[in-house]
Design a protein around this ligand. Structure first.
Ligand SMILES: *[C@@H]1O[C@H](CO)[C@@H](O)[C@H](O)[C@H]1NC(C)=O
Ligand SMILES: *[C@@H]1O[C@H](CO)[C@@H](O)[C@H](O)[C@H]1NC(C)=O
Length: 470
C-alpha cells in the first residue's frame, strides 16, 4: 500500500515538474510581450462587421521579438473576410502607417480552439521597447437576425456576439471596447462592470490587468435595417480583344440574407407607406463601374430590365439597378450586367515586352459581400505564358475557351476567392506574351473565306449546269 502511494506521489511530482518545466521552457523561447493598452472599435452599422483595433505592445522579455500574435475565438475566425495590420510610425501629425504581413499560425498553448495570427514586425522589438500596431478585422455573416422571420412592416433585429475582453495570448494592462450600432434602438446588451451606453455607442471598460486568454461573452441585440445584400455567387468574365475593347459580363446570384420575410407581400402597402413598410428590404443597388463604359446592359432570365440609371464622370460610372421586385429577407434575384470599356485604359505593355491587363478585383456592387467570386480573364487567341499578380491569396487555374473563328482556343485565367468584401476591390494584373502575327490570323481567315466565296460565285457563273434538251 505504502509503495503504491509513493509511486503515485512520485508520478504526481513528475507530472508537476513536466508541466512547470515545459511552461518555463516555452516562456523562455517566446519573447514576453505585454499589451500596455488595447482599444477596439467595432462598427455594426452594416451587415459587414468592421473592428479597428489599436494595440500598444511592449517587449518585457530579454530577447528581441520579431512577431506579435493575435487571437480570435473559433466562431469569429471562420467569418474573417479580411485581416490587415500596420505599424504606426512617428507621433501625432506626422503619423505614417507601414503595412505589415500577417499570417495564420498555430500554438499548442491556445485554449478552446482559439485561432492565432502572427504579425511580422519590420524590425524586431528589442527588450524594453514598445510599438503601436493598428489592426483592421472584417467579418461577414456575423449578425444573426432575431426574430428569424419578420412581417412586411416590422423592423429587423439582429444579434452580435463577442467578448467584452479582447482575446489575447498576452497579458493586457488596460483595454476598452466600443460598439457602434446603426440606430439608438438597442433591445438588449450584456452588462459587464463597467458598461456605459450613450446614443448609438456601447462602451465596455476600461478593464485593467487581464491575464492571457481572458474572455467575457457578450451579446448585443439591436436594430439593423441596412440592406443585407449578399451575392452567393458572382462570375465576372473579362474578355480581352486586341481589336478594340474589353467586354465585361457579370453573372450575379443575389440574396437578401436578413430576417426571412413572413406572410404575404402587399405592393399597395409597400408603395403607400414607404417609410414604414419593408424597412429592411431593398429596391435599388448601386454598381460602381469604370469610367468611359459603353453598351451597358442589365438583364435577367426574362429579358432586359430598363429601370437602370447610368451616371458617368471622369473617375467612375455609377449604375443604379432596380430588380423587378423589391427584395425581402430570403428572396433571391439572378441577373447579368454587361459593359464595354476602351482597351487602352486597361491594357499596357510591361518593360519586358509582355502585355498586361490591369483591372479591378472584387464586386462592383457597393457594400455587398460575395460568398464566392470567380473572375475569368479571357485572353486573345495566341497568348502564352499567362500569369496573374494579386495582393492576397486566391485560387488560380487555367481553362481554354473557343469562340467564332478560333483555331487553338483562348487561354482563360480563372481566379477564385471565397468571402469577398469591398476592401478586396483592388487592382490585379494578368501578364501574358502575345505574338502580333496572331492578330492577322482572324482577318486572314475572313479574307480567305471571302475569297473562296468569290471564286465559288465566279465558278458558278461560268459553269453551265442547266440540263439542255437535245
Ligand atoms: C436588350 O438590350 C440590348 C442592348 O440595349 C439589345 O441589343 C437586345 O436586343 C435587347 N434584348 C431584348 C431581349 O430586348
Ligand atoms: C493599375 O491601376 C491602378 C489604378 O486603377 C493603379 O493605381 C496601378 O498603379 C496600376 N498598376 C499597374 C501595375 O499598372
Amino acid at each position: 500500500m505504502e509503495t503504491l502511494l509513493s509511486v503515485r506521489a512520485a508520478l504526481f511530482f513528475l507530472f508537476l515538474w513536466t508541466v512547470t518545466f515545459s511552461q518555463i521552457s516555452c516562456e523562455s523561447s517566446t519573447p514576453q510581450i505585454l499589451i500596455t493598452s488595447a482599444e477596439r472599435r467595432i462598427d455594426l452599422m452594416s451587415p459587414i462587421v468592421k473592428a479597428y483595433i489599436t494595440l500598444k505592445v511592449e517587449n518585457m522579455g530579454a530577447s528581441p521579438a520579431s512577431e506579435v500574435l493575435l487571437a480570435f475565438p473559433p466562431a469569429q475566425a471562420e467569418h474573417i473576410a479580411l485581416l490587415k495590420a500596420a505599424s504606426v510610425e512617428g507621433k501625432r501629425k506626422k503619423k505614417t502607417h507601414v503595412e505589415l504581413s500577417i499570417n495564420p499560425t498555430e500554438s499548442p498553448n491556445a485554449p478552446n480552439g482559439a485561432k492565432l495570427f502572427s504579425i511580422s514586425l519590420l524590425k524586431p522589438l528589442k527588450s524594453g521597447e514598445s510599438a503601436t500596431l493598428e489592426v483592421l478585422l472584417i467579418l461577414t455573416h456575423s449578425l444573426e437576425p432575431f426574430p428569424a422571420e419578420i412581417g412586411q412592416s416590422e423592423s429587423q433585429l439582429v444579434y452580435y456576439r463577442d467578448s467584452a475582453l479582447m482575446l489575447s495570448p498576452y497579458h493586457v494592462k488596460e483595454q476598452t471596447t466600443y460598439i457602434k450600432t446603426p440606430t439608438t434602438k438597442v433591445e438588449s446588451f450584456t452588462r459587464v462592470d463597467p458598461t456605459v451606453r450613450s446614443g448609438t455607442e456601447i462602451k465596455y471598460g476600461r478593464f485593467a490587468e487581464q491575464p492571457p486568454y481572458s474572455f467575457s461573452p457578450i451579446v448585443v441585440h439591436f436594430e439593423n435595417n441596412h440592406p443585407f445584400a449578399v451575392v452567393e455567387e458572382l462570375v465576372r468574365e473579362v474578355e480581352v480583344s486586341h481589336w478594340g475593347s474589353l467586354q465585361i459580363t457579370e453573372h450575379y446570384r443575389l440574396v437578401h440574407a436578413g430576417a426571412r420575410h413572413a406572410g404575404g407581400f402587399s405592393r399597395v402597402e409597400y408603395q403607400s407607406r414607404a417609410s414604414m413598410s419593408g424597412l429592411s428590404s431593398f429596391k435599388h443597388l448601386l454598381a460602381i463601374l469604370p469610367p468611359r463604359v459603353e453598351s451597358v446592359y442589365y438583364r435577367d432570365g426574362i429579358g432586359n430590365i430598363s429601370s437602370s440609371h447610368l451616371r458617368t464622370d471622369a473617375q467612375k460610372s455609377q449604375l443604379e439597378i432596380e430588380p423587378r421586385y423589391p427584395l425581402f429577407g430570403g428572396w433571391k434575384a439572378t441577373f447579368i450586367i454587361g459593359y464595354r470599356v476602351p482597351l487602352q485604359d486597361f491594357l499596357f505593355e510591361a518593360s519586358d515586352g509582355r502585355r498586361y491587363l490591369n483591372f479591378s478585383f472584387g464586386c462592383p456592387l457597393m457594400e455587398t459581400s460575395v460568398k464566392k467570386l470567380i473572375v475569368k480573364v479571357v485572353l486573345p487567341e495566341g497568348s502564352k505564358d499567362a500569369s496573374a499578380v494579386i495582393p492576397f491569396p486566391v485560387e488560380q487555374h487555367f481553362e481554354t475557351s473557343y469562340s467564332y473563328l478560333d483555331i487553338v482556343g483562348r487561354t482563360v485565367v480563372v481566379l477564385e476567392k471565397d468571402n469577398v468584401v469591398p476592401e478586396h476591390n483592388v487592382a490585379f494584373q494578368v501578364y501574358y506574351k502575345f505574338n502580333k502575327i496572331f492578330m492577322l490570323a482572324e482577318p486572314l481567315m475572313l479574307i480567305s473565306a471571302f475569297f473562296f466565296l468569290f471564286i465559288t460565285c465566279i465558278a458558278y457563273q461560268h459553269i453551265d449546269l442547266s440540263v439542255r434538251k437535245s
